[in-house]
Structure formats: structure tokens, C-alpha cells
Design a protein around this ligand. Sequence first.
Ligand code: DC
Length: 234
Amino acid sequence: MSKITIAIDGYSSTGKSTIARQLAKALGYIYVDSGAMYRAVTLYALKAELIRDNKLDKEKLIESLPSIFLQLSFNPKKGYAEVYLNNKNVEADIRNLEVSKYVSRVAEIPEVRRKLVAIQQEMGKNKGVVMDGRDIGTVVFPAADLKLFLNAAPDKRATRRYKELLERGDKVSFEEVLQNVEFRDRVDSTRDVSPLKQAEDAVVIDNTDMGLEEQFERVLNLANHVISQKKKDA
Ligand code: DC
């Protein structure tokens, strides 16, 4: 079988999901946005009022984990899988700054990670998957056939995220978006469990000054190279 597993990790707002979606479409693979799963758990915590006055009740969230049911369901109209939290499509509710503010704190909890990593590994067990996140090449699929690690200058990343939020109609300032990007980078890369770090065998792509087309061409070439190598070895 020549299908491969592609792991894409990197800092917040480096365009991981864009490139992951493009790759999955071109190769006919499944795309899994693992960040959306951490965001959905965060949305659950907000709705259940487990986050109040800027404080997250970790114990209660851990107790509630068995009643959090997550699914990713492919939407053919959009061309990607949308996240369902307890059978409700929450795709439109998980990308706002409120969720972004707390998601890194939820993602620090080992019990949360254990649950989500198990779901992610199950989704990728037959290969033919492109998954993006923070620990995909290091923890979820350490044996992935192709690992990419994306980075870009923080102000460039915040500018991209700021534009996205404005397009959605969210009222945010550039300054708070930049602060959130920097805060998440710090928490995501210094937490005890599965911190964001570059896998030793990852290909690093800094897209600060790279256009989407150039980046896509580069990674598609990389993927095709790995696939043809695999076919030869088979
Ligand atoms: O990819 P994203 O920005 O939507 O991810 C939201 C947060 O979820 C991110 O700040 C850290 C966390 N996350 C994680 O810890 N591990 C992953 N595999 C994916 C996301």
C-alpha cells in the first residue's frame, strides 16, 4: 500500500490547516484538524461554565470527559470534515477569540490529551491521512512518513488571524490577536505534556515571505517524492 501519513505541526496561525487541506484534496486523503478537537473541548468547558472569572476548573473538566463526545464528519460542500460536539455541529463556534483564549490551558491537561490522541490515532490507523496540530509528528504519529514543521514571524501570523476574524465579523483588535498568538506559542511550547516541538525528522518551512502557491508546490513535491519512494520499496 502506497498511502502515507502526513503530520503537520507548527506555531499558531502558520497556515497549517490551509496546507493540510490542500494536500489532502490533491492526494485524495482524509484531513484531520486536531486543534479543532481541543477547541471543541474548550467550547464544552465554556458552555458548562467550567471557566469562570478567567479560571478553568480542571478537576471538573476531567470528570466531565466521559460525557464529551467528539466526531469529525466530512462536509462535501466545504470539502473538509467539521467538528461535532455531542452531536451538534460546532464548527462556527470554535474559531473565535474566546475559545482561542482558553484552548491552550485545556490542551495542557494530560487526561484531555490522552483522550484526543487516542481518537486521532484511530482516525489515522489506515494511513491516507493529513493531520495538523502541535504534537502530531512527535506523539500522535511518531512514525509518520512525512513530517512538516511550519513557522512564520509572529506579526505576520497575527495579521493573518486578525483578517480571518474580521472576515467572520468578530470585533477584535490587532493587539489582542497578536497577544493571543504569542501567549499560545508560549504555553503550547512550554507545557509538560507533549509540548510543541519540531520532530527531528521534520522538514521545516518558514512561510513568512512565502506565497500559498509556492508553499503548496513545495509540499506536494515532497509528498509525491515520499509516495513514489514507498511504491519503489514495496
Ligand atoms: O491549531 P489551532 O490553533 O486551532 O489549535 C488550538 C490549540 O489547541 C493550540 O493553541 C494548542 C492546542 N493543540 C494542541 O495542544 N495539540 C494539537 N495537536 C493541536 C492543537
